[in-house]
Design a protein around this ligand. Structure first.
Ligand SMILES: [Zn+2]
Length: 331
């Protein structure tokens, strides 16, 4: 009798367990969560990746190139660059009541910085093409932000090899390209640096959409948790314009590193680049406006007048563009 009772209890427990399993709702089945909130770049995203800033650089995966934050950052590139709620930019078209972003487009803990990302009001977006098919302004001021990206198909019209104009001591033997439109000012600024006794290099120039995509993939494989601070998504890099140069210094082995700001080449560029038409796109502590961390090596050619105006006023190129140019496309 006791034996039968025990058997009955055992059967009841077993049935109960089976029911539990068969009735388990599908949502309890362990799955790999993927963040699909932003898929325009077509790149896989890791749900565990933290929302961190988006560096513009490192398109050329050089084996010896360490991530920029493996070395101690200089005092000018401290944690104060981290995005905070007070750092949100306010592009000009959010200034009126009708253009205020709604709660649905507030920054969230998504994979990519969303500091300037927002829905355009219908009155502004009407008639604009999606950024995937935007026509890019080749008059040097085209807006490329973390909101207004470049089409995959965009290639600047007048790319030339830098090896036609500079020797290997400048290009470091790399196969670099830039727009013909910036060759003269680029030669002039490098000559001026030589005359000042400096030894500048060009560590990166034009990058195609696909090169940027490859770089992103490479870096995401090497540093999956930190790819967002080591490489830009394809389409979101000013380098695709062909008018942006990353300068290097032998003092830091021509690496992408915030210590470039403390080299003689970096100091000279900080103080003089505007005289030759180049502007520092991503100064220290401007993440909240640009969505990109401090890049003391990254200069974009915009012409002497605007570069000087920006230098004297302290205004960022991104801010100037948002205030003075019409949105080029629907993000
Ligand atoms: Zn750059």
């Amino acid at each position: 009798m006791k034996k039968r009772l025990l058997l009955l209890v055992a059967v009841t427990i077993l049935m109960s367990a089976c029911l539990t399993v068969t009735n388990m709702p599908p949502t309890l089945v362990p799955t790999i969560a993927i963040n699909n909130s932003e898929t325009t770049d077509g790149l896989s995203k890791n749900a565990t990746a933290e929302p961190v800033s988006l560096a513009q650089e490192t398109a050329v995966p050089i084996a010896t190139l360490p991530p920029t934050n493996t070395l101690a950052p200089s005092p000018s590139a401290t944690a104060t660059e981290e995005p905070t709620s007070t750092h949100r930019s306010t592009p000009i078209w959010t200034a009126t009541a009708t253009l205020t972003p709604t709660a649905a487009i507030e920054p969230t803990a998504t994979y990519w910085p969303t500091v300037t990302r927002q829905l355009l009001p219908e009155a502004i977006s009407a008639g604009l093409p999606p950024c995937q098919t935007r026509v890019v302004d080749t008059e040097l001021l085209a807006m490329v932000t973390q909101q207004f990206f470049l089409p995959e198909t965009y290639v600047p019209p007048d790319l030339v090899p830098l090896s036609d104009y500079f020797d290997d001591s400048i290009t470091l033997g790399q196969d670099l390209y830039a727009r013909q439109a910036i060759i003269d000012p680029l030669q002039t600024i490098i000559e001026a640096m030589h005359e000042a006794g400096l030894r500048p290099s060009i560590i990166s120039a034009y990058r195609s959409y696909s090169e940027q995509a490859l770089a992103w993939k490479w870096w995401s494989g090497q540093y999956p948790g930190r790819v967002a601070i080591l490489s830009a998504r394809p389409g979101y890099s000013e380098h695709q314009l062909g008018t942006t140069i990353d300068f290097g210094s032998p003092a830091i082995d021509n690496l992408f590193h915030v210590d470039f700001a403390n080299t003689v080449e970096g100091v000279w560029l900080t103080n003089n680049a505007h005289l030759y038409g180049f502007t520092l796109s991503y100064p220290a502590n401007t993440y909240g406006i640009t969505g990109i961390k401090y890049e003391p090596w990254h200069f974009r050619y915009v012409g002497v007048n605007l570069a000087t105006q920006l230098f004297n006023s302290g205004q960022l190129l991104t801010s100037w563009q948002l205030e003075n140019l019409s949105p080029p496309c629907i993000p």
